[in-house]
Design a protein. Structure first.
Length: 169
């Protein structure tokens, strides 16, 4: 051994610690990004479900407005009353009766009850005094619902989840 130290092949302790530290940091960053991505995907799915509920509610209200026997639309204190030309039976699907029921009706009202937007089925007499038959939920967690008429066009102003919708019906 000529006075020289033999150099071993391999890594020193400092090199091993640096490698473990860098690998741990990269692994933690990947885990953090994965968790954030998962949380965002859950948030996005919930948001899309809510947007679908809102779209379905708007389509249902347009369907109610465009029924063939509707003759008279009256805005009363921010809600709307729809009267039919003739009275008759109507099949109503709602969760209160766990299915569908057939009611004798000649009019409807769409209005906000607390935070629930509902359609109420009535039988109105000649003085427009209504006898409530049943109601059906259109949409939950609605902050504001106002109806107004401009010229011959009906508008509905909805505020849902801090977003405002102006819908021409």
């Amino acid at each position: 051994m000529d006075g020289k130290k033999k150099r071993r092949k391999g890594y020193t302790l400092i090199e091993c610690l640096a490698y473990i530290l860098i690998s741990s940091i990269i692994l933690l960053m990947i885990m953090n990004l994965s968790i954030e991505g998962y949380k965002y995907s859950i948030y996005r799915v919930e948001k899309l479900k809510r947007e679908d509920e809102i779209d379905n509610a708007i389509l249902n209200m347009r369907k109610i407005f465009n029924e063939k026997d509707n003759t008279k639309y009256r805005v009363v204190d921010g809600y709307i009353r729809i009267l039919k030309e003739k009275e008759g039976f109507e099949e109503v699907k709602n969760e209160e009766n766990n299915g569908s029921s057939t009611v004798f009706t000649n009019g409807k009202e769409i209005k906000l009850n607390g935070k629930d937007l509902r359609v109420y089925y009535y039988y109105f007499d000649s003085k427009e005094n209504g006898d409530l038959k049943t109601s059906n939920l259109i949409l939950k967690d609605v902050s504001k619902c106002k109806f107004f008429k401009k010229d011959n066009i009906m508008y509905m102003n909805l505020e849902i989840d801090s977003r405002e919708y102006l819908i021409c019906i």
